[in-house]
Design a protein around this ligand. Structure first.
Ligand code: FMN
Length: 456
């Protein structure tokens, strides 16, 4: 049934780590190990574009996590999620040249970067790609990251969201510092850029002092697409005001539905049309020709995950050292300074399936969010149920092994979704905003999205 909050067709993002990805996945015979080569990313980009994905998204962190037992060893030994990550921004430069339609998203932290450099990188990428850039705005959550940037500990959640608020606002002002028609290119006059249409920003705030203007013309999309994944109340509030796309992760349809209603409600309360925000929960489908083969593959992948690999990732996600907890007992209730969304997910798993910490480690390391395991038709049934059931506007697809699982999804599940009229058969526009059905922001749009009390 069509919903006033949702498009008729779903949107697809791909979640890629510029490294080995899933702890068991890199050990699977179908995975390819040249994560350090441009060819590897070109191949993934072309696969996703053939499957008509909206965008590819590169997650990123700024440390080798050491929260589990105070050491990075388990992450490194097991090729866990945080073991190796190339810097995603240059990787997107490679992809901009290898693809024509695919949206290109990289993660940059507002806690450790500066607005001028972020505005400049994403404006550059938006020009180079013809309007396909997106920025995943994160605030980071690990002390290990703080220690790489001259601090002992990470700043508290409230302060980091205040900094993020000011950061995004200044970045948007910098994108607006060139009027859309500022670049004149009149050779005879001569007039390269009209100085009257290029403005200083003169921002002076609690965290940043930025004069401007930017030294790059206004991006083709006005603002590159903004992605956020806040899960705490402060994070949800920030995301529902600023984000065009929201990433989240859920262990069940019910929790996905609650989150969806909460974010759309918050967006409406901030005066936004709920359709302006696309909520794309992460899923890790396992696809095979028969149900039995998919289940066997799932079991085979689970066997490749050493519990410590998943627990060391969960430790840094929750910002809790899980090494001293008894591994043959359930995870007790704990106060989580780290990612609340991941905690809710593992609490749900612990309670629903009575998992011990060791089982949880194996499960978390091989995460199959949403339990979409089966034939292309069965997986499409599950996705359709979430989409039509008010749980999402589409999905962020993670590969159990890279890059093969993207091929399987693109060649099996996508045609099934297309047959049902749930997904595009071709791109209709050229920019990422076109794919997502989002309007190009006019200059000054940041005023509408900023926290009201902060807006002058
Ligand atoms: C699908 C997904 C992808 C994420 N990717 C990143 C990432 O690449 N880097 C990062 O630092 N945080 C990432 N996060 C974490 C979020 O940015 C955020 O910190 C987290 O959801 C906790 O929200 P909170 O800060 O409101 O507690 C991701 C979260 C989700 C659900």
């Amino acid at each position: 049934m069509p919903s006033p909050d949702r498009d008729d067709q779903l949107h697809l993002a791909a979640f890629v780590t510029a490294g080995p990805g899933r702890p068991g996945g890199w050990r699977h015979p179908a995975s390819v190990s040249d994560w350090r080569s441009a060819a590897y990313y070109r191949r993934i980009g072309r696969t996703l574009e053939r499957a008509r994905f909206d965008l590819v998204f590169f997650a990123d962190i700024l440390a080798v996590p050491d929260r589990y037992g105070g050491s990075p060893d388990p992450q490194l030994r097991h090729g866990a999620l945080g073991s190796m990550r190339l810097d995603p921004t240059p990787v997107l430069g490679v992809l901009a040249g290898a693809t024509e339609h695919l949206g290109l998203a990289a993660t940059v932290s507002t806690t450790y970067a500066e607005p001028y450099s972020v505005a400049r990188s994403f404006a550059t990428l938006d020009h180079l790609s013809g309007g396909r850039a997106a920025w995943n705005v994160v605030t980071s959550f690990q002390d290990a990251e703080a220690r790489n940037f001259g601090r002992e500990t990470h700043i508290d959640r409230a302060s980091r969201y205040l900094r993020a608020e000011e950061f995004v606002r200044v970045t948007a002002e910098l994108w607006d510092s060139w009027d859309d028609d500022a670049l004149v290119l009149d050779r005879d006059a001569p007039l390269f850029a009209d100085p009257a249409r290029v403005h200083r920003v003169d921002h002076h705030g609690a965290w940043f002092d930025v004069q401007g203007p930017l030294n790059v013309a206004r991006p083709p999309q006005g603002y590159p697409v903004l992605i956020q994944a806040g899960a705490s109340p402060a994070g949800r509030d920030f995301a529902s005001r600023w984000a065009d796309v929201i990433f989240c992760s859920h262990a069940s349809l019910e929790s996905a539905r609650d989150f969806y209603a909460d974010i759309k409600g918050r967006a409406a309360a901030h005066g936004r049309d709920p359709r302006e925000i696309k909520i794309l929960p992460a899923i890790t489908p396992i696809v095979a020709d028969t149900t039995e083969a998919a289940r066997a593959k799932s079991a085979e992948l689970a066997d490749l995950v050493v519990p410590e690999a998943g627990l060391s990732t969960l430790s840094y996600h929750l910002d809790i050292d899980l090494a001293p907890f008894p591994h043959d007992e359930r995870l007790p209730d704990v106060d989580v300074p780290g990612v609340q969304g991941h905690y809710q997910e593992v609490r749900e798993l612990t309670e629903k399936h009575g998992m011990t910490l060791r089982q949880l480690g194996r499960r978390y390391g091989g995460t199959h969010e949403g339990d979409f395991v089966g034939t292309p038709r069965e997986v499409a049934d599950g996705l359709e149920e979430w989409f039509t059931g008010g749980a999402c506007d589409g999905f962020t697809v993670t590969a159990v092994y890279q890059p093969g699982a993207f091929d399987e999804f693109g060649e099996g599940v996508v045609p099934e979704l297309q047959r049902r009229g749930l997904f595009r058969t071709d791109y209709e526009g050229t920019t990422l905003r076109d794919h997502l059905g989002l309007a190009r922001p006019t200059a000054g749009e940041w005023r509408r999205r900023a926290a009201r009390e902060d807006t002058p």
